[in-house]
Design a protein around this ligand. Structure first.
Ligand code: ASP
Length: 310
């Protein structure tokens, strides 16, 4: 049996120790732990990497602490517009949705696009129509409302600023969620889901639903889920760049992920982090911000739940 493992993230940003109460820190850690264990249990029972990453991301979407699903940030029009994508490294099948509203679990919609449509990427009204046709659960706007996110938006609405999640500094917080997994058959997958950035323009699409930018999986190299300033992750084609360094330069997973986050992304002024996995169930979780909500668990007993760097 192959070694198997899963890693998840809840966003990177200006996460400095002492910034939040120990109760809040504990709440984040237990939400991460619940999602991690649910994904891991699927792998433990012989389930697929695709099912494991979907399950972990669904639970993070259901938590108001993270900027995805419930708890998504407000855009400039005071609404929630969400993006998500998923990719199966065993066959390069992928599904993505963007500019969707009211859908409880965007990651499951992305999975349905991958498995039940002829397409890879559905956006806006077309994605919403597909969701209705496949009987996805819709929620009222009040379900997605969170006072903390609303206050974040009130501070910068009517300005040209748009802001990432998880800190008090403008332009320095990211709250996207994601998961990567390697199953008992040695197949890998990646899933990413987000509300995007506070006060983003209506219609703005970030890196999270873009295959190759914020999310990628290929058994030949690695599976990657990113979080950070989406515009830079798109320009750097970050998730695919990690795979390319492995495939074409023969780098290890750790070296490739670190090279992209600590050098190539910084060179274009991008900040954030990623989680990556390969078919040997090795995991890498680099970030160039102060912290990143992250957790991982492997069948050899290794386990980590962490927030800060250093
Ligand atoms: N990458 C996401 C975006 O730009 C934001 C995040 O990671 O929180 O939409």
């Amino acid at each position: 049996m192959n070694k198997y493992s899963i890693a998840i993230h809840g966003g990177a940003g200006t996460l400095v120790k002492g910034m939040m109460t120990s109760e809040k820190e504990q709440a984040y850690k237990s939400s991460l732990e619940i999602a991690l264990n649910a994904g891991y249990e699927i792998l433990n029972h012989g389930g697929s990497a695709v099912d494991a990453v979907e399950k972990a991301v669904r639970l993070l979407e259901d938590s108001p602490l993270f900027n995805a699903g419930k708890g998504s940030v407000f855009n400039a029009s005071g609404e929630h517009e969400m993006d998500a994508s998923i990719m199966d490294g065993s066959n390069l099948k992928a599904g993505a949705v963007s500019m969707i509203q009211g859908i409880k679990n965007p990651i499951t919609l992305a999975k349905d696009v991958m498995q039940k449509s002829e397409h890879v990427f559905l956006a806006g009204n077309g994605a919403m129509e597909f969701a209705r046709a496949h009987e996805h659960v819709f929620e009222e706007a009040s379900y997605f409302h969170d006072d903390f996110r609303h206050d974040q938006w009130q501070k910068i609405k009517d300005t040209d600023n748009f802001q990432l999640d998880h800190s008090d500094k403008i332009d320095s917080k990211f709250g996207t969620v994601g998961a990567v997994a390697c199953d008992q058959n040695g197949n890998i997958a990646a899933a990413t889901s987000t509300g995007g950035m506070t006060n983003k323009r209506f219609g703005r699409v970030g890196d999270s639903p873009m295959i190759g930018a914020g999310n990628y999986a290929n058994n030949k190299t690695c599976a990657v889920s990113c979080t950070g300033s989406g515009e830079y992750f798109i320009k750097g084609v970050v998730a695919y760049d990690v795979a390319c360094l492995i495939e074409h330069k023969g780098m290890s997973l750790e070296a490739a992920a670190s090279e992209v986050i600590h050098r190539r992304l910084l060179e274009i002024n991008g900040d954030g982090g990623l989680i990556a996995i390969n078919t040997k169930a090795e995991i890498s979780m680099p970030f160039n911000t102060e912290g990143m909500y992250r957790a991982c668990k492997a069948s050899n007993g290794e386990e980590l739940i962490a927030i800060y760097g250093g």
